[in-house]
Design a protein around this ligand. Structure first.
Ligand code: UDP
Length: 329
């Protein structure tokens, strides 16, 4: 009998790729999303598949799944700085109340649960590269605090369920990941730069562009998560690509990749924007026998191809996500 897995955030960037992966591996997949930041377009190709069902549901409310459940992947959350600035309360709730509901469901079903944590729990890190034993440098009351603290709480409650109830839990700390199905106007740097290049706009580098990031292609990220779920390792593991680049150099790479004639312009650095970020992936290598395989040039080519395939309407819409029902007037 095939294994049954619940994936929350199924219509999002990582969630939709996880649905594809587990369908391909022969699982029965239950996708769940409230569609605030997710988009059904990311999973509509799965709708005819007999092993896939989808429920529109907000996991901050009680989650009921009839029948057995072997695994839960909790990937529901706004995940870009612009999103969590616009919907801060939902961001806090899905990481805290949503996680609590899903841990309760996992306990009820005797299922193993993997939760999506983030490099943001390290804040603006004072240790470089970031090892899993670094506790982080987070501003609790800053604009990013709603995401960072929700994710820190999420890790904490997950470990409490593991220790107190003996629940089988896994925690992945995801570093910047990119690829097809990223939302064009979610404000993250890769869709921002590619969208600007495709629309013939200048590329907006925040600050002086000396801040660094390390970008992991989505296929590598999904493989790492898959291996972690099936491993017996309980403590958090970094999954990301350690190949680090400054945002200014990255903007120049995108100018070359897209052949745009636009230039780089500089805008103020957002508050608490981390100055550097690079995963230490020694644990993932040792414990999961995982490391990223796709180099940035190849991953970016695939990503650019995806964005080029969007319609002119999709490309010019400022943001196809309408948060108006969720924003306090
Ligand atoms: N960034 C930028 N221009 C943009 C969007 C982002 O220079 O149009 C910078 C941002 O300030 C940050 C980096 O790119 O230093 C990565 O931002 P992103 O929002 O992708 O993710 P983060 O790693 O900050 O969560």
């Amino acid at each position: 009998m095939s294994k049954r897995i619940l994936i929350t955030g199924a219509a999002g960037f990582l969630g939709s790729h996880l649905c594809d992966k587990f369908i391909a591996e022969g699982y029965e997949v239950i996708g769940m999303d409230n569609l605030i930041t997710g988009d059904l377009k990311n999973i509509e190709h799965l709708f005819g598949d007999e092993n896939f069902v989808f429920h529109t549901h907000d996991v901050t409310n009680f989650v009921h799944i009839p029948g057995k459940l072997d695994y839960i992947l909790h990937f529901a959350s706004p995940a870009s700085p612009i999103d969590y600035l616009k919907i801060p309360i939902q961001t806090l709730k899905v990481g805290s109340l949503g996680t609590h509901n899903l841990l309760g469901l996992a306990k009820e079903k005797n299922a193993r649960i993997l939760i999506a944590s983030t490099s943001e729990i390290y804040g603006d890190p004072l240790v470089h590269p970031q090892t899993e034993d670094y506790y982080g440098n987070v501003n609790t009351i800053g604009p990013r605090g709603v995401y960072d603290e929700a994710k820190r709480f999420q890790e904490s409650i997950t470990m409490a369920y593991h220790r107190f109830h003996g629940l089988e839990t896994r925690i992945v700390r995801i570093f910047n990941t990119y690829g097809p199905r990223m939302r064009l106007n979610d404000g993250r740097v890769i869709p921002a730069f590619i969208g600007q290049a495709l629309r013939g706009e200048d590329l907006t580098v925040f600050g002086n562009g000396s801040q660094t990031r390390s970008f992991c292609f989505v296929d590598d990220q999904i493989e790492g998560i898959y291996k972690l779920l099936l491993s017996d390792y309980v403590e958090p593991i970094n999954i990301g690509n350690p190949y680090e680049i400054s945002i200014k150099d990255f903007a120049e790479e995108i100018i070359k990749l897209t052949g745009t004639h636009q230039k780089i312009i500089y805008k103020p650095l957002p508050q608490d924007d981390p100055m550097q970020r690079q995963p230490d992936i020694r644990k993932a290598k040792q414990i999961l026998n995982w490391e990223p395989k796709v180099n940035r040039a190849d991953g970016m080519k695939k990503t650019y191809k995806y964005f080029k395939s969007l319609t002119p309407e999709e490309l010019t819409k400022k943001d196809h996500k309408d948060f108006s029902n969720h924003i306090r007037k």
